[in-house]
Design a protein around this ligand. Sequence first.
Ligand SMILES: Cc1ncc(COP(=O)(O)O)c(C=O)c1O
Length: 444
Amino acid sequence: MTSDRRAAPAHTTGGKLSEELFERARLVFPGGITRATVERDPFPVFADFGEGAYLTDVDGRRFLDLNNNFTTLIHGHGFSPVVEATAAALRRGTCFANPMKHEIELAELLVDRIPAVEKIRFVTSGTDAIMFAIKAARAATGRTAVARLAGAYHGAYDWAEAGQTTAAGMPVSSFTGTPSYVLDDVIVIDFNNVADLKLKVEENAHRLAALLIDPMPSRAGLMQPLPEFLETANLLAKKHGVVLIADEVLNLRQGFHGASHRYGLEPDLITMGKIIGGGFPIGAVGGRAEIMNLFASHNGVAGLPQGGTFAANPVSMMAGKVAMEALTRATFERLEELGDRVRGGLASRIAHHDAAFFVTGAASLFRIHVSSTASSSSQHEHAVSDDAKTLSRLHRHFAAHGIILPRGAAASLSTPMSEADADQIISVFDDFLASDSNKAGEAA
Ligand SMILES: Cc1ncc(COP(=O)(O)O)c(C=O)c1O
């Protein structure tokens, strides 16, 4: 840890001005926030501005940002090629009912890079992308049900959100009032459980439109997928004519060709979002031309009339193109090395202190788990039993040392992060483990 950072005033998770803004926000937003995912402890850190790998809050405190707007900002904050390109685009008009050249350029880049993507449609969020992928799967198969992995997050579309939470292996909706017929059409499979995958797909093949798989679901633990699990998914989808959808909204950042290519998943459709918008709202569904062509109209009637007022807006398209162009193979390799350095460093500190934690992730992503309740043998399974109190203390400890560490979700690295930043993450974690009172399993 560098001495200047040690000398910095201790951060709590939110400062005085953040607290004041939260009081105002509570008057206009239910719960004081405008998206459920904003972290509060007990109130959020209100951002003032971002610069590279760092975020400065309204109280003037500077944090290394490992959230990066839920893994979106692979180039960190204010990446100048994107700032310059979008500033120029803004002056020429922010949205039109007409197509523009930029959308073709971003589409060409993605079609070239992502093996499963032959054709593509842009939307404005990952949630939209999942919704349209499921609609395409239904149109292609004439079936309605969706099989998905327990614990995985896929946005808020009814048939994609139900099953993130389960009760006795059955899907539960996170949204009160969801009709029960939605749940009838959602089948939940245990991640990395080949037998469960076979059983559920074979039993339900006649009604399954889609098998929805995030190759490394972050909310379900950011665990390595077992090769045989993904191979089985490939085989079953082909055998039963089920559309295999890879949700790469988050995990596209795992490599130049994306996550399915990296892990051997062979999807019919891929959903994308986050990094492909360069920090602006975006989503995309791409895949086999035969299925994607269902979005085209035939005799003036579109089988899938996907629209969206801001879909393919020129600012998101321009930002995405510039951000993705800057992600060369060498950039991905460097991010991977930085990720290995962080994960390896964290794991070595855990071993050194013989602490009850373990680390998951790949490429530029990582998650720290408490293993007092989720044993390390469950590293291939769905880790939901993390000790919330210990994770809270860990999160506060990182905040107190100037690092924003997401809770219960993937932490992500960005291209402006340095080796010193990586070592700082390890050092702050080491401090946490070194303090006896912070050892896992003790009361908060
Ligand atoms: C894997 C995955 N799918 C879908 C979504 C939904 O994307 P959005 O928040 O852009 O609607 C997310 C968002 O975090 C995600 O991580």
